[in-house]
Design a protein. Structure first.
Length: 305
């Protein structure tokens, strides 16, 4: 009992409450991550024996012509996927948040609900619905009747437009999340600062640029990090609208589909998963995420004294 009181008086009374969450994190996050890194140094598949091969999987991934081509193609597509989300989803999120936090805006709750509703829907459902909408056979007659003939195109069947279409659908579905985060950030800005800016003669753009945007930079950085991580782990939207091969012609192949195809499902036509090579792709993705996340986190979350 004395030890317990001593423990409480030391200010560490909160420590035991962390154990359940810490246990869940270690079992379901930390251990799979470390085991995935370990598997990247082995060859073989789940049904057979594994052999330690060192860095051979990494060398094979970057030197084998076919595998290297698929990897760099998926990496480039993922970067494009991320850039579209940053330029469309997050910019629209800021724009919607500015409108929703305007004091003269009416019906903000209604519009907030409308913007956020797509994020509550299953990705497979929205992906399939948009696949039908973008299908010229299914939607073509309706578009022709209303005079939008120029939209009757095989958007998902064209290698030049497929990835952009998939990314825009993903932006449409998830724009509600950054909108709500930016809205909360704008609402937390002290009104005194905004009123002081108006007294100094700043217009709406000046207040946004010099007061609001600097004040929400930690939120901007956090949303950028979440977008970066989610896009490099994206899989379901491509799976729903195209397939795991990134059709057409691997033009929508991203890191998530590449990992699934190699490490879980197995490459066509063999169909035998290579867990070692799949773990290698996952490990490299983790390193890329660290390289992108850590500097951004330090840059945006560190406050100058």
């Amino acid at each position: 009992m004395k030890q317990y009181r001593k423990f409480q008086s030391s200010g560490l009374y909160w420590l035991p409450y962390l154990f359940p969450a810490l246990l869940i994190y270690v079992v379901f996050m930390a251990y799979p991550l470390l085991d995935s890194i370990r598997l990247s140094f082995y060859s073989g598949n789940p049904s057979g024996s594994r052999t330690f091969v060192g860095f051979d999987n990494f060398i094979e991934l970057f030197t084998d012509p076919e595998k290297s081509k698929r990897y760099w193609g998926a990496f480039g597509h993922t970067c494009i996927f991320f850039c579209i989300h940053m330029l469309v989803q997050n910019v629209l999120g800021i724009l919607f948040a500015v409108i929703l936090t305007n004091r003269t805006m009416q019906g903000t709750k209604f519009y907030s609900t409308i913007i956020f509703i797509p994020a509550t829907l299953a990705v497979l459902i929205t992906g399939y619905l948009w696949k039908l909408i973008l299908n010229p056979v299914w939607a073509g007659p309706f578009l022709e009747k209303i005079g939008l003939n120029f939209l009757v195109k095989p958007w998902l069947g064209n290698e030049k437009t497929a990835l952009v279409c998939v990314a825009l659908v993903s932006c449409w579905q998830w724009v509600g999340i950054p909108t709500m985060m930016f809205t909360a950030a704008f609402n937390n800005i002290p009104r005194e600062l905004i009123e002081a800016g108006r007294i100094e003669g700043a217009n709406g753009w000046g207040i946004f640029k010099n007061i609001k945007l600097p004040m929400i930079m930690p939120v901007v950085g956090m949303i950028a990090i979440l977008t970066f991580v989610n896009n490099f782990n994206a899989f379901d939207v491509v799976f729903a609208m195209e397939n795991v091969n990134g059709a057409p012609g691997y033009s929508t192949d991203i890191m998530g589909t590449l990992f699934y195809r190699i490490g879980i499902a197995g490459q066509h036509p063999v169909g035998i998963p290579d867990t070692g090579l799949g773990a290698t792709i996952a490990t490299i993705t983790f390193i890329v995420l660290c390289i992108g996340v850590i500097p951004t986190l330090k840059k945006t979350q560190t406050r100058e004294e």
